[in-house]
Each structure stands twice: as C-alpha cells, then as structure tokens.
Design a protein around this ligand. Structure first.
Ligand code: UDP
Ligand code: MG
Length: 341
C-alpha cells in the first residue's frame, strides 16, 4: 500500500492586513506585539495598514514605522470607506503565501498566529479563530450577535460560523478565489465563509480593546447585520409572496363572513373601527414589503454603477504590482484604476 500523506508545508511568507480608522495610539502597541510573534519564526512577513480616512495622526504614525522597517507598509484611502472596504483593499494589496486580517486594537491576539500557521502547514487552507465566549461584550451586543447568527443560519445556504470575526488565516488558493469576487456590497464574514476550502478552527478568548474606543455604534452594527442578511439571502424578498397569499386568503374568508351575515341578518353599517384597523394594518404591511424590496433594489443600483470599490491616494512602501491585477474589486473591466505603486 502506498502512502499518500503530503509532506508538511514549509514555513510561509505572511501578510498581516490591518484596517485602521483614527487609531494613532493603537498602532505602536500592535506592532510591538505582532512583530515579536512574527520574528520568532521568520523574517519573511509584511504588515499592511489600510488608513481608512483617519482624521488623527494615524497616517504619519504608519509612515514613521515604515521608514524604520520597510516590511511595514501603508495604503492610504482617500476617505473613510468603512471597515469592510478597507479590509478588501488590504487583501488586494497583500501578496504573501498566507494572509491574516487583524484588528489593530489587539482584540485579535497575535499569540494565535503561530498556531494558525501550524494548521496551514498541516494542509488546511483556511484557519478560523473562534471566540470561545463573548464575556468581554455587553449584554446587548451578545443578544444581538446571537440573534444575528440564528437568523443567518436559517435564511442563508452558506454556513457562516458563529463567533468568528475577520481574524483568520487564508492560504493563497482561498485568496485567489476571494479576489475574483467583484461585488461592491461587501459583507466580508459572508464572503470568507462562501469560499469553502479545508478549514480548521482554533478557539480563543477575546480580550478588551488595548486603547481607544470602538468604531462601531449600534446603528453601524445593525447596518452590517442587514448587509449580511440581504447580501446572502433572497428569503426576505420571497417571503412577501406568502405573506400576500395569507392576507388575501384571510380577506376572502372575512368577505365571505360579511356576505353571509348580510344575507341572513340584512344590511348592517357599523364597523368603522374594524375597517380602519384593516386599512392601516394592510398599509403597514405593504410599506414594509416595499421597504424590503427597496433594500435589494438599492444594492442592485450600487452594483450596476460599477464604481471603483475604493480610492487609494497614496501607497507607503513597496507593493507587488502583479498582485492587484488579479483583483476584481480593484480592476473592473473598462475602468482600470491603478494606484501609484
Ligand atoms: N475600522 C476601520 N474603518 C471603520 C471602522 C473601523 O478601518 O470605519 C477598523 C478599526 O480601526 C479597527 C477595526 O476596524 O482596526 C475594528 O474596529 P473596532 O475595534 O472599533 O470594532 P469592534 O472590535 O468594536 O467590533
Ligand atoms: Mg475592536
């Protein structure tokens, strides 16, 4: 019997991708923690910060670190595009064998990186970091997160793993596939999950933010959750057929009751209150249905405009120019946009 076991992969080159928005105090702490972990195993790494339109000194902090060590690089976006787009930008610019997106506030513990790489070397293409509990979150955030994952698992065909954020390792095959996704509306957790590939999971406890404040208020979190559901499921759209059928059947039955009552008991005029209730209820239902349809139309509108997903005003450090050519989100047909590399 021949042995088909694949030889263990050798240690990879690593790209760490970090979107940053007004994080001048967090960057140095982050670099100190991450570089000591990376340097322990290899010198072949890069850290790409994507400055998402910060209004503080974030950009000059990145610039100073990049002068000290050219493996620290920066991509400066022309304005605030939001975390999902900033992350996409960084992933487009990353060119090493494995790519790890991380938050700058050290809530994604760098100590997990060697274990993730170990799993990749064992043959896994994707390694997820899953929160073993959500104790560091407020009650409201825990409740909304569990409602979100429950809704997502019911409504979508893709299995979006619960309590897994953007912190994960992606091998080059997974990255090549992700780069082919051209959509403008980007719910990264969903896009990552839709890749598939041989996946390992490691668990961790998420610490508190190292410094600064969260950039996500409840409204932003709600918008992100809505984005996830609408981008990955057409159920909210289709459900209106069934709501319509149910209402029409109930109305027909009610009509029949009124007809029978009128025939038996004669003409009866009261019913202003019940009439108003039915009219208002039906109007509410129709407007809700229209609202759901509008959510989808708005996204179709954004997709067909086909605008560049992000605009880069400056690149700090040296990037591989070929890496971007593969990216559907950076290069769209007829609209070849190239940052200065
Ligand atoms: N971030 C970003 N653009 C934004 C908001 C956030 O690049 O518009 C970055 C932020 O600097 C951080 C990461 O996304 O590196 C996660 O943000 P945060 O820690 O505020 O989110 P939370 O952990 O509270 O969900
Ligand atoms: Mg955070």
């Amino acid at each position: 019997m021949c042995n088909h076991a694949r030889p263990r992969r050798s240690y990879p080159s690593v790209s760490i991708v970090v979107p940053v928005y007004n994080e001048e105090t967090a960057i140095s702490l982050f670099l100190e923690a991450v570089i000591s972990v990376l340097e322990a195993d290899s010198k072949n790494w890069e850290i790409i910060f994507v400055n998402d339109g910060s209004s503080d000194q974030t950009l000059s902090v990145i610039r100073n670190h990049s002068i000290e060590d050219p493996r620290i690089k920066g991509v400066d976006l022309s304005r605030n595009f939001g975390k999902e787009i900033a992350l996409t930008t960084g992933l487009d610019f990353a060119s090493n064998q494995v790519v790890i997106p991380m938050d700058v506030d050290l809530q994604d513990p760098p100590q997990l990186i060697p274990e993730m790489i170990d799993r990749w070397r064992d043959g896994y293409e994707v390694v997820l970091a899953k929160r073993s509990d959500r104790k560091s979150d407020s009650f409201a955030k825990r409740l909304s997160a569990s409602m979100f994952y429950c809704t997502m698992s019911r409504l979508t065909k893709i299995d979006i793993p619960a309590n897994v954020g953007d912190f994960r390792l992606l091998g080059s095959d997974a990255m090549a596939t992700l780069r082919k996704y051209p959509e403008r509306e980007r719910f990264m957790k969903g896009l990552f999950a839709s890749l598939g590939f041989k996946t390992a999971t490691i668990e961790y406890v998420r610490p508190e933010r190292s410094t600064g404040e969260t950039k996500f208020n409840p409204w932003k979190l709600w918008s992100l959750a809505l984005e996830g559901i609408i981008s990955f499921s057409s159920t909210p759209l289709k459900i209106w057929t069934y709501i319509g059928i149910t209402c029409a059947t109930a109305s027909a039955l009610y009509l029949l009751t009124i007809l029978i009552k009128t025939i038996i008991l004669g003409i009866d005029m009261p019913g202003y209150a019940s009439l108003m209730c039915v009219v208002l209820f039906m109007n509410g239902l129709i407007l809700t249905g229209l609202g759901v349809i509008a959510e989808y139309i708005a996204r179709i509108f954004n997709e067909v405009k086909n605008r560049p997903l992000y605009v880069v005003q400056e690149c700090i450090g040296k990037f591989d120019p070929d890496a971007l050519v593969q990216c559907a989100s950076a290069y769209t047909e007829g609209q070849r946009w190239r940052p200065s590399l």
